[in-house]
Design a protein around this ligand. Sequence first.
Ligand code: UDP
Ligand code: MG
Length: 339
Amino acid sequence: MRLAIVVPCYNEQEVLPEAASRLMGVLNRLAAKGRIAADSCIYFVDDGSKDLTWPMIVELAKRNPQVKGLKLSRNRGHQNALIAGLFHAQGDALVSIDADLQDDVEVIADMVEAYISGCEVVYGVRGDRRSDSFFKRFTAEGYYRVLKMLGVDVVFNHADYRLLSRRAIEALREYKEVNLFLRGVVPLLGFKSATVSYARSERFAGESKYPLHKMLRLAAQGVTSFSATPLHLITLLGLAVCFLSFALTLWVLGVRFLTDEAVPGWASTVVPIYFLGGVQLLCTGVIGEYLAKTYMEVKGRPRYVIEEETRSEAQIRALGAERGTEAQLEVLNARQGQS
Ligand code: UDP
Ligand code: MG
């Protein structure tokens, strides 16, 4: 199998040489063991850096045939840089990893093993976040919980360190939405998947390229591109206020007819305020429901992805030693040996 590692880089001149040498080390070791093809490679995607990142990538690519570079015309953000790399890179399996070496590169070997045993998606999960600041850990873990509550299926403590097979990439291409939130879309693909966990370490050098405003934007995107729950909540709130104003009306009538404490003009002022508020929220909610539908339709997501089709014996033989048919071939040969 041919492996490609995709690394988005934004102003990463401090870590680039170390990242390149560690990743090349991993590739060389895996190739020496015969687990991956010798022409496996690393794609560095320069996300419109303003420092020496791109000249350094060019230099690395000149000296090492394993290194390839892509340069985006301007800074488009981590997710877009990653998508550019994934859709551009060649290879049977692609691993995406950050340039800052916070994610343990040795785990790539485990991902490759999982791929060889038939997984199409392998998630790298942070088993240990002790190196993150309390603020980062608290907000990140809270965020995963909120997403779960809103019905977005994400893998807990998994960021963008993962292996995707060629088939998974092709399925991903069918998601045509411009704002693609990978962490949410990849679990939607289905396929056989596995997780490998590792301890997340500190940034090797330089500082985080994710300032708070970028992080908040990514967080908001995760919610708005996957969940219409906020819109449904408006409908629910409208219903609740309508119900409340109805109860209030009953109470007012009770006061008016059963006691002498009714204040003239109070009910005719207060009840309509609640009632109209409820009606307005409900109407906004109804518009929201249609908006949610339109939004989902506009995305044009695929309805399904076929994972497998049955094959006849002749087809299996013709395909030969493709991944997945290998096991079937063995079964066929064993059967022939018996008869
Ligand atoms: N990155 C990018 N474009 C951006 C911001 C970040 O390509 O606009 C890359 C960055 O170079 C790194 C990865 O995204 O490889 C993750 O960024 P960082 O490590 O700074 O994020 P943190 O780990 O602090 O969340
Ligand atoms: Mg980082």
